[in-house]
Design a protein around this ligand. Sequence first.
Ligand code: SF4
Length: 339
Amino acid sequence: MQNFANSLISWFEGQKRDLPWRKKRSSYHVWISEIILQQTKVAQGNSYFKRFIELFPDIKTLAKAQEREVLKAWEGLGYYSRARNLHASAKQIMDKYDGIFPTSYKDIISLKGVGPYTAGAILSFSQNLPYPAIDGNTIRVISRIFEIDTPSHIKETTKQMECIIKELYKYGSPREVNEAIIELGALICSPKNPQCKLCPISDTCIAYNKNIIDKLPVVKKKTPPKTRELNFLIIDGPDNTTYIEERSGKDIWKGLYTPMMIEENNMDRLTKQAGLIIEGVKKIHKFDYIEHKLTHQTLKITIWRGSTEIKSSHLIPKEEIKEFPTAKPFIELFKKSMN
Ligand code: SF4
């Protein structure tokens, strides 16, 4: 165990990436970066993190922001409930902990959107406390090295991994151990074709030495995503105006702004439905088609376009659209429909 820990940590010291959230180890920075990284790869997460911290440098600024501003900073990342949870938790920290990030596991895990991994990451990365942070990288690395072949989602497996990681804390700090395992999973021990020849711990890796890497970890089969067909209507109004609406309810994209969502794809019924909100919509035609994959859904989106010459208080200048947060499929679409 000691040799393994030493090799892993000295590899990490030499190879770790220079990431912006490793510069200032505050709980706030670690929290924001970890929630962003649940959505995206590190390269893209970097720019989102920098922008988010520029806009909301501390808990107080985040708590005071409008939800629309927070969603705008999150635009394009997906899983917008995570941005809403960050916002709600910032308010919770202001109210309950006087704006000071909580320091106990119990209080941190009570924040909205914080699970065992994020709580462990915050406590170990920022405060160097002995809490394992078990994400997909950790599961992969530990399962392969120690030949853990129980399903990765069951409690017993998590417990077993926690025991192994805590044992490693005897030979390195919790921050080093947790980060080194995750870094190895991200850079070397990839899900497919891991670079075992470059791996600092291949000598002690059971899966490598038994040639069973592709059998580990044992993961639960994913249910295939459902397909949904959606229709949206872009309306060109007089004086370069258009219509957007806020998505509400429990469906996807709550709090984001999109063109008019239309239940119908029959032209007459579509015109009639649009007319209930905006008067005089005509010349409706198919404008675009987008396929967009979410974790559990594949969206087949037909975009329609029509126009009206009647002024309405529901129409806004097109140049103002960029101030509203929208979902990924509509970022380019709005640009395309500017003229
Ligand atoms: S030897 Fe290969 S499978 Fe084992 S930890 Fe290293 S990269 Fe992963």
